[in-house]
Design a protein around this ligand. Structure first.
Ligand code: ZN
Ligand code: ZN
Length: 397
Protein backbone atom coordinates (compact mmCIF):
# COMPACT_ATOMS: atom_id res chain seq x y z
CA UNK A 1 0.00 0.00 0.00
CA UNK A 2 1.38 3.43 -0.88
CA UNK A 3 1.51 5.76 2.08
CA UNK A 4 -0.48 8.97 2.44
CA UNK A 5 1.31 12.16 1.38
CA UNK A 6 2.33 14.75 3.96
CA UNK A 7 -0.06 17.70 3.64
CA UNK A 8 0.73 21.31 4.40
CA UNK A 9 -2.07 23.93 4.50
CA UNK A 10 -1.59 27.71 4.76
CA UNK A 11 -4.12 29.31 7.15
CA UNK A 12 -2.37 32.69 7.46
CA UNK A 13 0.33 34.17 5.21
CA UNK A 14 0.38 37.88 6.08
CA UNK A 15 3.18 39.43 8.13
CA UNK A 16 2.97 41.96 10.97
CA UNK A 17 -0.79 42.59 11.22
CA UNK A 18 -3.96 41.23 9.61
CA UNK A 19 -5.31 43.02 6.56
CA UNK A 20 -8.92 43.40 5.49
CA UNK A 21 -8.48 45.59 2.45
CA UNK A 22 -10.13 44.19 -0.65
CA UNK A 23 -6.95 44.45 -2.68
CA UNK A 24 -5.26 41.93 -0.31
CA UNK A 25 -8.00 39.27 -0.42
CA UNK A 26 -6.54 37.04 -3.09
CA UNK A 27 -3.41 36.19 -1.07
CA UNK A 28 -5.24 36.67 2.24
CA UNK A 29 -5.08 38.79 5.37
CA UNK A 30 -4.57 36.42 8.32
CA UNK A 31 -1.21 36.39 10.12
CA UNK A 32 1.05 33.29 10.06
CA UNK A 33 -0.38 29.86 10.77
CA UNK A 34 0.38 26.62 8.90
CA UNK A 35 -0.87 23.10 9.48
CA UNK A 36 1.19 20.06 8.56
CA UNK A 37 -0.27 16.57 8.69
CA UNK A 38 2.45 13.94 8.50
CA UNK A 39 1.79 10.74 6.49
CA UNK A 40 1.01 8.85 9.74
CA UNK A 41 -1.63 11.47 10.66
CA UNK A 42 0.40 13.33 13.32
CA UNK A 43 -0.66 16.98 13.33
CA UNK A 44 1.72 19.94 13.54
CA UNK A 45 0.82 23.63 13.71
CA UNK A 46 3.45 26.20 12.77
CA UNK A 47 2.83 29.56 14.47
CA UNK A 48 -0.34 30.90 16.07
CA UNK A 49 -1.22 34.04 14.06
CA UNK A 50 -4.86 34.93 13.35
CA UNK A 51 -5.10 32.07 10.83
CA UNK A 52 -5.19 29.77 13.88
CA UNK A 53 -8.84 30.68 14.53
CA UNK A 54 -10.13 29.31 11.22
CA UNK A 55 -7.91 26.24 11.54
CA UNK A 56 -9.45 25.63 15.00
CA UNK A 57 -12.96 25.81 13.58
CA UNK A 58 -12.07 23.28 10.90
CA UNK A 59 -10.42 20.88 13.40
CA UNK A 60 -13.49 21.09 15.65
CA UNK A 61 -15.84 20.44 12.71
CA UNK A 62 -13.85 17.36 11.63
CA UNK A 63 -13.16 15.90 15.04
CA UNK A 64 -15.93 13.21 15.18
CA UNK A 65 -15.92 12.59 18.93
CA UNK A 66 -12.24 11.92 19.51
CA UNK A 67 -9.92 14.53 21.02
CA UNK A 68 -7.65 16.77 18.95
CA UNK A 69 -3.91 16.39 19.48
CA UNK A 70 -1.29 18.59 17.85
CA UNK A 71 2.34 19.67 18.18
CA UNK A 72 2.59 23.46 17.99
CA UNK A 73 5.90 25.01 16.92
CA UNK A 74 6.13 28.74 17.63
CA UNK A 75 8.91 30.66 15.83
CA UNK A 76 8.94 33.68 18.20
CA UNK A 77 6.76 35.92 20.35
CA UNK A 78 5.92 38.86 18.08
CA UNK A 79 2.18 39.55 18.00
CA UNK A 80 1.61 38.31 14.47
CA UNK A 81 2.79 34.80 15.48
CA UNK A 82 0.78 34.43 18.72
CA UNK A 83 -2.33 36.57 18.41
CA UNK A 84 -4.59 33.69 17.33
CA UNK A 85 -4.12 31.80 20.64
CA UNK A 86 -7.14 33.21 22.54
CA UNK A 87 -9.43 32.43 19.59
CA UNK A 88 -8.53 28.77 18.99
CA UNK A 89 -11.62 26.88 20.22
CA UNK A 90 -9.86 23.50 20.66
CA UNK A 91 -7.93 25.03 23.62
CA UNK A 92 -11.25 25.27 25.49
CA UNK A 93 -12.11 21.54 25.32
CA UNK A 94 -10.69 19.22 27.99
CA UNK A 95 -10.39 16.16 25.74
CA UNK A 96 -7.83 17.92 23.52
CA UNK A 97 -4.08 17.78 23.99
CA UNK A 98 -1.35 20.14 22.76
CA UNK A 99 2.44 20.05 22.86
CA UNK A 100 4.09 23.45 22.48
CA UNK A 101 7.68 24.13 21.42
CA UNK A 102 9.64 27.39 21.40
CA UNK A 103 12.77 29.01 22.83
CA UNK A 104 13.52 30.73 26.13
CA UNK A 105 13.40 34.48 25.55
CA UNK A 106 16.02 36.47 27.42
CA UNK A 107 13.30 39.04 28.15
CA UNK A 108 10.98 36.50 29.77
CA UNK A 109 13.27 33.84 31.24
CA UNK A 110 12.20 30.24 31.99
CA UNK A 111 8.78 29.08 30.73
CA UNK A 112 8.70 31.91 28.16
CA UNK A 113 6.08 30.31 25.93
CA UNK A 114 3.80 29.44 28.84
CA UNK A 115 4.06 33.03 30.10
CA UNK A 116 3.23 34.41 26.66
CA UNK A 117 0.27 32.07 26.42
CA UNK A 118 -1.14 33.07 29.82
CA UNK A 119 -0.37 36.80 29.47
CA UNK A 120 -2.59 37.00 26.41
CA UNK A 121 -5.56 35.97 28.52
CA UNK A 122 -4.72 38.14 31.53
CA UNK A 123 -6.71 41.16 32.72
CA UNK A 124 -7.44 43.68 31.33
CA UNK A 125 -6.60 42.28 27.90
CA UNK A 126 -9.14 39.48 27.56
CA UNK A 127 -12.62 38.82 29.04
CA UNK A 128 -11.89 35.38 30.50
CA UNK A 129 -8.78 33.93 32.10
CA UNK A 130 -6.58 31.00 31.17
CA UNK A 131 -8.33 28.56 33.56
CA UNK A 132 -11.15 28.41 31.00
CA UNK A 133 -8.69 26.78 28.60
CA UNK A 134 -9.10 23.22 29.75
CA UNK A 135 -7.21 21.37 27.03
CA UNK A 136 -4.05 19.67 28.25
CA UNK A 137 -0.92 21.69 27.45
CA UNK A 138 2.72 20.69 27.62
CA UNK A 139 5.43 23.25 27.01
CA UNK A 140 8.84 22.23 25.68
CA UNK A 141 11.64 24.76 25.75
CA UNK A 142 14.01 24.16 22.85
CA UNK A 143 17.01 25.97 21.44
CA UNK A 144 18.74 26.51 18.11
CA UNK A 145 20.57 23.44 16.81
CA UNK A 146 18.26 21.04 18.64
CA UNK A 147 16.75 18.04 16.82
CA UNK A 148 13.96 15.79 18.08
CA UNK A 149 11.52 13.23 16.79
CA UNK A 150 7.71 13.18 16.91
CA UNK A 151 6.19 9.88 15.68
CA UNK A 152 8.79 9.50 12.94
CA UNK A 153 8.95 13.15 11.84
CA UNK A 154 12.36 14.62 12.56
CA UNK A 155 12.29 18.28 13.63
CA UNK A 156 15.30 20.59 13.62
CA UNK A 157 15.31 24.12 15.05
CA UNK A 158 17.79 26.82 14.08
CA UNK A 159 18.27 30.47 15.12
CA UNK A 160 17.42 33.10 12.52
CA UNK A 161 18.31 36.80 12.50
CA UNK A 162 15.33 38.73 13.87
CA UNK A 163 14.90 41.32 16.64
CA UNK A 164 14.39 39.50 20.03
CA UNK A 165 15.15 36.16 18.33
CA UNK A 166 13.36 33.69 16.10
CA UNK A 167 13.62 29.99 15.27
CA UNK A 168 13.38 28.41 11.85
CA UNK A 169 12.10 24.83 11.73
CA UNK A 170 12.77 21.93 9.42
CA UNK A 171 10.35 18.99 9.43
CA UNK A 172 11.53 15.81 7.73
CA UNK A 173 8.43 13.68 7.28
CA UNK A 174 8.34 10.33 5.51
CA UNK A 175 6.57 12.15 2.63
CA UNK A 176 9.13 14.93 2.19
CA UNK A 177 10.90 17.82 3.91
CA UNK A 178 9.58 21.29 4.73
CA UNK A 179 11.58 24.24 6.03
CA UNK A 180 9.68 27.09 7.67
CA UNK A 181 11.98 30.09 7.84
CA UNK A 182 10.00 33.27 8.32
CA UNK A 183 11.03 36.52 10.04
CA UNK A 184 14.68 36.54 9.03
CA UNK A 185 16.94 39.33 7.85
CA UNK A 186 19.95 38.25 5.79
CA UNK A 187 23.41 39.62 6.51
CA UNK A 188 24.29 38.08 9.89
CA UNK A 189 26.96 35.50 9.01
CA UNK A 190 26.09 32.87 11.63
CA UNK A 191 22.34 32.94 10.97
CA UNK A 192 22.88 32.96 7.18
CA UNK A 193 24.90 29.78 7.62
CA UNK A 194 22.24 28.26 9.92
CA UNK A 195 19.60 28.85 7.30
CA UNK A 196 21.62 27.32 4.45
CA UNK A 197 22.19 24.25 6.55
CA UNK A 198 18.56 24.03 7.69
CA UNK A 199 17.25 24.39 4.12
CA UNK A 200 19.77 22.08 2.44
CA UNK A 201 18.07 19.83 -0.14
CA UNK A 202 14.56 20.58 1.20
CA UNK A 203 11.49 19.81 -0.91
CA UNK A 204 9.80 23.03 0.22
CA UNK A 205 11.31 26.21 1.68
CA UNK A 206 8.82 28.73 3.08
CA UNK A 207 10.71 32.00 3.32
CA UNK A 208 10.18 35.58 4.52
CA UNK A 209 9.66 37.76 1.43
CA UNK A 210 8.05 40.75 3.12
CA UNK A 211 9.88 43.54 1.30
CA UNK A 212 11.07 44.37 -2.18
CA UNK A 213 14.87 44.07 -2.62
CA UNK A 214 14.97 47.91 -2.82
CA UNK A 215 13.09 48.37 0.49
CA UNK A 216 15.31 45.78 2.18
CA UNK A 217 18.41 47.69 1.10
CA UNK A 218 17.10 51.06 2.30
CA UNK A 219 14.23 52.11 4.60
CA UNK A 220 13.42 48.62 5.92
CA UNK A 221 16.98 47.57 6.75
CA UNK A 222 17.11 46.38 10.38
CA UNK A 223 13.41 45.48 10.62
CA UNK A 224 14.20 41.77 10.63
CA UNK A 225 12.74 40.71 7.29
CA UNK A 226 13.79 39.69 3.81
CA UNK A 227 12.85 39.75 0.10
CA UNK A 228 12.03 37.38 -2.78
CA UNK A 229 15.55 37.93 -4.14
CA UNK A 230 17.16 36.68 -0.93
CA UNK A 231 14.76 33.71 -1.01
CA UNK A 232 15.90 32.88 -4.54
CA UNK A 233 19.58 33.07 -3.51
CA UNK A 234 19.02 30.73 -0.56
CA UNK A 235 16.87 28.34 -2.60
CA UNK A 236 19.65 28.04 -5.19
CA UNK A 237 22.52 27.78 -2.73
CA UNK A 238 20.71 25.21 -0.57
CA UNK A 239 19.44 23.23 -3.62
CA UNK A 240 15.84 23.57 -2.50
CA UNK A 241 13.19 22.16 -4.87
CA UNK A 242 10.33 24.61 -4.24
CA UNK A 243 10.39 28.15 -2.84
CA UNK A 244 7.30 29.67 -1.20
CA UNK A 245 7.28 33.45 -0.68
CA UNK A 246 5.69 34.15 2.71
CA UNK A 247 4.95 36.84 5.36
CA UNK A 248 3.58 39.37 2.85
CA UNK A 249 3.76 42.97 4.02
CA UNK A 250 0.41 44.37 5.23
CA UNK A 251 0.89 47.24 2.79
CA UNK A 252 1.52 44.91 -0.16
CA UNK A 253 -1.55 44.59 -2.35
CA UNK A 254 -2.20 41.44 -4.36
CA UNK A 255 -0.61 43.19 -7.34
CA UNK A 256 2.59 43.84 -5.37
CA UNK A 257 2.78 40.16 -4.42
CA UNK A 258 2.08 39.18 -8.07
CA UNK A 259 5.08 41.34 -9.02
CA UNK A 260 7.38 39.70 -6.43
CA UNK A 261 6.24 36.25 -7.59
CA UNK A 262 6.84 36.89 -11.27
CA UNK A 263 10.25 38.48 -10.59
CA UNK A 264 11.23 35.47 -8.46
CA UNK A 265 10.03 32.99 -11.11
CA UNK A 266 12.34 34.59 -13.68
CA UNK A 267 15.25 33.59 -11.43
CA UNK A 268 13.91 30.43 -9.80
CA UNK A 269 10.99 28.90 -11.74
CA UNK A 270 9.75 26.62 -8.93
CA UNK A 271 8.53 29.58 -6.84
CA UNK A 272 5.02 30.10 -5.44
CA UNK A 273 3.50 32.91 -3.39
CA UNK A 274 1.82 31.66 -0.23
CA UNK A 275 -1.91 32.32 -0.25
CA UNK A 276 -4.53 31.52 2.35
CA UNK A 277 -6.04 28.10 1.70
CA UNK A 278 -3.15 26.95 -0.50
CA UNK A 279 -2.09 23.38 0.18
CA UNK A 280 1.00 21.35 -0.67
CA UNK A 281 1.15 17.55 -0.78
CA UNK A 282 4.51 15.83 -0.48
CA UNK A 283 5.08 12.18 -1.36
CA UNK A 284 7.49 9.95 -3.25
CA UNK A 285 5.82 11.28 -6.43
CA UNK A 286 7.02 14.80 -5.58
CA UNK A 287 5.37 18.05 -4.55
CA UNK A 288 1.88 19.04 -5.63
CA UNK A 289 0.54 22.57 -5.03
CA UNK A 290 -3.20 23.35 -4.99
CA UNK A 291 -5.16 26.49 -4.25
CA UNK A 292 -8.45 26.94 -2.47
CA UNK A 293 -11.55 27.56 -4.56
CA UNK A 294 -11.74 31.31 -4.23
CA UNK A 295 -14.69 32.39 -6.32
CA UNK A 296 -17.44 33.39 -3.95
CA UNK A 297 -19.57 35.51 -6.27
CA UNK A 298 -22.70 34.19 -7.94
CA UNK A 299 -21.91 32.53 -11.22
CA UNK A 300 -23.76 32.80 -14.41
CA UNK A 301 -23.95 29.50 -16.29
CA UNK A 302 -23.43 30.00 -19.99
CA UNK A 303 -21.13 28.92 -22.75
CA UNK A 304 -19.20 31.10 -25.10
CA UNK A 305 -15.92 31.19 -26.89
CA UNK A 306 -12.89 33.24 -25.87
CA UNK A 307 -9.28 33.50 -27.00
CA UNK A 308 -6.97 32.57 -24.13
CA UNK A 309 -3.24 33.26 -24.12
CA UNK A 310 -0.74 32.30 -21.40
CA UNK A 311 2.14 30.00 -20.51
CA UNK A 312 2.08 26.25 -19.87
CA UNK A 313 3.72 24.56 -16.88
CA UNK A 314 6.92 24.03 -18.83
CA UNK A 315 7.03 27.68 -19.84
CA UNK A 316 5.76 27.52 -23.46
CA UNK A 317 3.50 30.30 -24.70
CA UNK A 318 0.07 29.21 -25.93
CA UNK A 319 -2.94 30.78 -27.56
CA UNK A 320 -6.18 28.95 -28.09
CA UNK A 321 -9.86 29.37 -28.68
CA UNK A 322 -11.63 28.02 -25.59
CA UNK A 323 -15.09 27.59 -24.19
CA UNK A 324 -15.99 29.72 -21.18
CA UNK A 325 -18.52 27.69 -19.19
CA UNK A 326 -19.47 30.15 -16.53
CA UNK A 327 -18.46 33.60 -15.52
CA UNK A 328 -18.73 35.99 -12.59
CA UNK A 329 -17.04 39.32 -12.23
CA UNK A 330 -14.60 37.56 -9.90
CA UNK A 331 -13.49 34.77 -12.19
CA UNK A 332 -14.37 32.08 -14.68
CA UNK A 333 -14.13 28.34 -15.34
CA UNK A 334 -12.52 27.57 -18.68
CA UNK A 335 -12.15 24.39 -20.71
CA UNK A 336 -8.65 24.47 -22.23
CA UNK A 337 -6.43 22.06 -24.14
CA UNK A 338 -3.29 23.66 -22.71
CA UNK A 339 -2.33 23.11 -19.11
CA UNK A 340 -1.45 26.53 -17.71
CA UNK A 341 0.64 26.80 -14.57
CA UNK A 342 -1.00 27.57 -11.22
CA UNK A 343 -0.58 31.25 -10.23
CA UNK A 344 0.42 32.16 -13.80
CA UNK A 345 -1.23 34.97 -15.67
CA UNK A 346 -3.68 34.47 -18.53
CA UNK A 347 -5.33 36.96 -20.84
CA UNK A 348 -8.93 36.09 -21.65
CA UNK A 349 -10.42 37.97 -24.58
CA UNK A 350 -14.16 37.57 -24.91
CA UNK A 351 -16.25 38.68 -27.78
CA UNK A 352 -19.34 40.10 -26.17
CA UNK A 353 -22.35 41.45 -27.92
CA UNK A 354 -25.32 43.20 -26.44
CA UNK A 355 -26.99 43.91 -29.75
CA UNK A 356 -26.47 42.07 -33.00
CA UNK A 357 -25.08 45.07 -34.86
CA UNK A 358 -22.40 45.98 -32.28
CA UNK A 359 -19.80 43.50 -31.06
CA UNK A 360 -17.27 44.51 -28.45
CA UNK A 361 -14.20 42.90 -26.99
CA UNK A 362 -13.82 42.23 -23.29
CA UNK A 363 -10.17 41.73 -22.41
CA UNK A 364 -9.46 40.40 -18.92
CA UNK A 365 -6.22 39.62 -17.07
CA UNK A 366 -6.60 36.55 -14.90
CA UNK A 367 -4.54 34.30 -12.66
CA UNK A 368 -4.87 30.49 -12.60
CA UNK A 369 -6.20 29.23 -9.23
CA UNK A 370 -7.57 25.78 -9.97
CA UNK A 371 -6.86 22.91 -12.28
CA UNK A 372 -8.63 19.59 -12.86
CA UNK A 373 -9.22 17.06 -15.64
CA UNK A 374 -11.83 18.41 -18.04
CA UNK A 375 -15.25 16.95 -18.73
CA UNK A 376 -14.27 16.10 -22.28
CA UNK A 377 -11.26 14.19 -23.55
CA UNK A 378 -8.07 16.25 -24.08
CA UNK A 379 -9.51 19.09 -22.06
CA UNK A 380 -8.52 20.65 -18.76
CA UNK A 381 -10.84 22.47 -16.38
CA UNK A 382 -9.11 25.69 -15.40
CA UNK A 383 -10.42 28.08 -12.73
CA UNK A 384 -9.24 31.67 -12.99
CA UNK A 385 -9.68 34.79 -10.88
CA UNK A 386 -9.68 38.13 -12.70
CA UNK A 387 -6.95 40.37 -11.39
CA UNK A 388 -8.12 43.72 -12.60
CA UNK A 389 -11.44 45.28 -13.47
CA UNK A 390 -12.58 44.37 -16.93
CA UNK A 391 -11.50 46.74 -19.60
CA UNK A 392 -14.81 48.38 -20.59
CA UNK A 393 -14.24 47.06 -24.08
CA UNK A 394 -13.38 48.77 -27.25
CA UNK A 395 -15.90 48.77 -30.03
CA UNK A 396 -14.97 46.59 -32.95
CA UNK A 397 -15.59 47.46 -36.50
ZN1 ZN B 1 6.18 38.12 11.75
ZN1 ZN C 1 8.71 38.93 14.00
Amino acid sequence: MTQQPAKLVFWGVRGSTPTLERDTWRYGGNTPCLELTAPDGTSFILDCGTGLRTLGNQLTAQQNGSGIESHILVTHYHWDHIQGIPFFHPFFESQNRFHFYSFQSKYLGPHSLQQVFEAQLSSPYFPIDVTMMTASREFHEISGGQTWDVNGTKITASHLNHPQGCLGYRLDTTGGSIVYATDNEPGAAECDQNLLQLAHDADVLIYDAQYSPEQLASERKGWGHSSWLEGVKIARAAKVRNLILFHHDPDSTDKHVDGFLSAARQEFPATWAASEGMSISLSERGVDVAMRESRLALRRRLRFVAIVTGHTEDGKAFEEKATVRDISLQGAYLALKARPRLQSELRVVIEASDEPSRASILSLRATVVHFEPGREKDQHGVGVVFIEDPDPGRPRD
